[in-house]
Design a protein around this ligand. Sequence first.
Ligand code: F6P
Length: 342
Amino acid sequence: MRIGLLTGGGDCPGLNAVIRAVVRKAIDAYGDSVVGFSDGWRGVLEDNFEELTIESTRGILPRGGTILRSSRTNPYKREDGPQKVRETLARRGVDGLIAIGGEDTLGVANRLHGDGVHVVGVPKTIDNDLGATDVTFGFDTALGVAVEAIDRLHTTAESHNRILVVEVMGRHAGWIALHAGVAGGADVILIPEIPFDIDEACRHIRRRHERGRYFSIVVAAEGAVPKEGTMTLSAGELDEFGHPRLGGIGVRLEQEIEQRTGFETRATVLGHIQRGGTPTAFDRVLATRFGLAAIDALHDGAWGMMVSLRSTNIELVALSDAVSQLRTVPVEEYERYGVLFG
Ligand code: F6P
């Protein structure tokens, strides 16, 4: 078979491990050839590609980012987009395409499947918010970065009797904030799923002071939102999938907390540090398992399916199930940890 491969959306540690696994198994086990499209769906629209071989993918397993590069291009935002995708795939003789991405990239893959394109999905996102899989690779790496940051901020917060706010990624889901906050012993954790009450957060911080804990760590997901009418936030410009550019809640919290409590407060925005760099061993293994399963799925003609981790097994699920609903943090899960905060 002739296999097409692309990585779309925000990059994520482990993408190269998937590419490597796909290329090795495709070529060595099946005798396939692999064409890698550049910059996500943009490469397919513009027919930009490179031939992927065992040699060209050597040494990429521990490397962060993606050798194919990525973009947030949406073919359905262009009138002739889906047609162009079909034309490129036909021109390059692609029998089946593997799309590695999150909700947006796989949302496009699902629509293309409906339009007759032979496509299989591989889930990635540091946000860990894709449906129909227990976990996505990239999350473990991002979490490790966030926890290390919190540990470091803890010691300086304590030394200066300060409130330190850490803004982590997580547009719609608070998995990084919740797990990093729990692992790092944060005192307040704010996630997009549950609008927060700034007064309550400040009460919590004051109570700690009354008990002789003169510092606090506040972890906020970038997508955390205040309860209506309690605090103002400014929204950034939209991308091709309609998502606003986030990043700003940390600084707003710094201002509000300092003003309301009178305690010295500082914000740290971790941003893309969480997405860059070398993947953890867990993410490398998961990404490799996904890559190996994706190439089998392709040979089985499992079009419109996505590889997924269910418990400890790699299974195939419908792309439509994966993208129909985001996997957000359940309220009960968040509340379970409430007793530890403060
Ligand atoms: O979807 C993953 C993610 O890292 C989000 O957490 C974040 O909001 C977004 O990507 C940032 O995207 P960009 O790198 O395009 O600004």
